[in-house]
Design a protein. Sequence first.
Length: 100
Amino acid sequence: MSSIGEISGTSTAELLKQKEKLSQGAGGEAFAQHLKSALNEVNEIQQKSEVAVADIATGQVKDLHQAALAIGKAETSMQLMLEIRNKALSAYKELGRTQL
């Protein structure tokens, strides 16, 4: 089972390091790499959640609280990723409507 440390969010220092990496790299490539990394992270969280749900269903769960936290984190990360997708699509459509 995972520990609470694995469930906690990204620290401010890590976010600042990511910001520095993005500002130093090529704009489009860095953004695409960062987006791909975020998608992979959401996928890993979803997989952990699926394992937690399966453990609950089979009665193999040892710590129900940790399983509930993993499921909640998966739901929140998926909602965030969907909102980011929606904003990106909206921005893309707005750019398409822009006259040059």
